[in-house]
Ligand binder design. Structure first.
Ligand code: MD3
Ligand code: FE
Length: 203
C-alpha cells in the first residue's frame, strides 16, 4: 500500500520486505568495513544516532561542520561500495514513486536504539535538491516527524515499521523532519534497534 505524506512524498508500506534476507548480510559487510559510530556535531555534542556510509560519498560531521566525504575519516579508506541489493531496492522504490532514473551516490546507514532521537532538521548538504531521497526502515518502529518548510511548522507524526520505504522529492525535499525518541521494543530479526538506510545523490 502507499500513503501520501505530502505532494511529492510517499510511504510504500512493506516495500522492502522481500529484500530483507539480502539486505541484512549486505549491511553486516558494510558495518564490518566501516563501523557504526557516533559523530560529533559542530556544536561539540555526540549525535545519539550511530551512523556509517556506503557508496562513493558518505555524510560526515565533526567540529568543522557537516559534509560529504569520499573517505571514511576513521580509516582513511574509501567507504565500502553500495551493495547490489541496496541499489536495486533504491532504484525500484524511486521508480514506484514516479522518480525515473534515480542513481544514488551516497547511502547513509543510521542506527537507533531505544531513547535515540533525531531532532528536526533540513537536509541541505547535497549539491542539488532536484533528486529524491529514499529511506528504508528496518527493525523496531519509530515515529517520523514530518514538518514544513519552516522549523516552527508543527510536524505530522508518521509511524514507520520494518520494511517500510519512504520517497521524498520535489516540493517536499527541503521540509524539516526528524525522529521522535525510540520506544523500547524488540524486533525478532534485529533486536532492540532500528536501522535506516537513506539513499541520496549528493555529488
Ligand atoms: C524528509 N534520517 O539521515 S529518513 C537523515 O529515519 C534523516 O534516519 C531519518 O533524516 C531517519 O537525514 C529520516 C530520511 C529523510 C531524509 C531526508 C528528508 C527524510 C526526509 C528530506 C526531506 C524530507
Ligand atoms: Fe534528514
Amino acid at each position: 500500500t502507499r500513503e501520501a505524506l505530502g505532494p511529492q512524498s510517499v510511504v510504500l508500506r512493506g516495500f522492502a520486505l522481500p529484500d530483507v534476507p539480502a539486505l541484512l548480510p549486505a549491511m553486516q559487510a558494510v558495518v564490518q568495513a566501516a563501523p557504526l559510530r557516533h559523530m560529533v556535531t559542530p556544536g561539540g555534542l555526540a549525535m545519539s544516532v550511530a551512523l556509517t556510509n556506503c557508496g562513493p560519498l558518505g555524510w560526515t560531521s565533526d567540529r568543522h561542520g557537516y559534509r560529504y566525504a569520499d573517505r571514511d575519516p576513521l580509516s582513511g579508506q574509501p567507504w565500502p561500495p553500495i551493495p547490489v541489493p541496496f541499489l536495486a531496492l533504491a532504484r525500484a522504490a524511486a521508480q514506484a514513486a514516479g522518480f525515473e532514473g534515480f542513481e544514488p551516490d551516497a547511502c547513509l546507514v543510521n542506527r537507533y536504539v531505544p531513547g535515540t532521537r533525531l531532532s528536526l532538521h533540513q537536509d541541505r548538504d547535497e549539491r542539488s535538491f532536484a533528486h529524491p531521497i529514499i529511506s528504508v526502515s528496518l527493525g523496531i518502529a519509530a515515529v517520523f516527524l514530518f514538518g514544513g518548510l519552516k522549523r516552527a511548522d508543527r510536524p505530522a507524526r508518521v509511524p514507520l515499521f520494518h520494511g517500510d520505504v519512504v520517497v521524498w522529492g520535489g516540493v517536499d525535499r527541503l521540509r524539516y523532519h526528524g525522529v521522535a525518541p525510540l520506544k523500547p521494543a524488540e524486533h525478532p530479526l534485529l533486536g532492540a534497534q532500528r536501522i535506516n538506510f537513506t539513499f541520496r545523490k549528493a555529488g
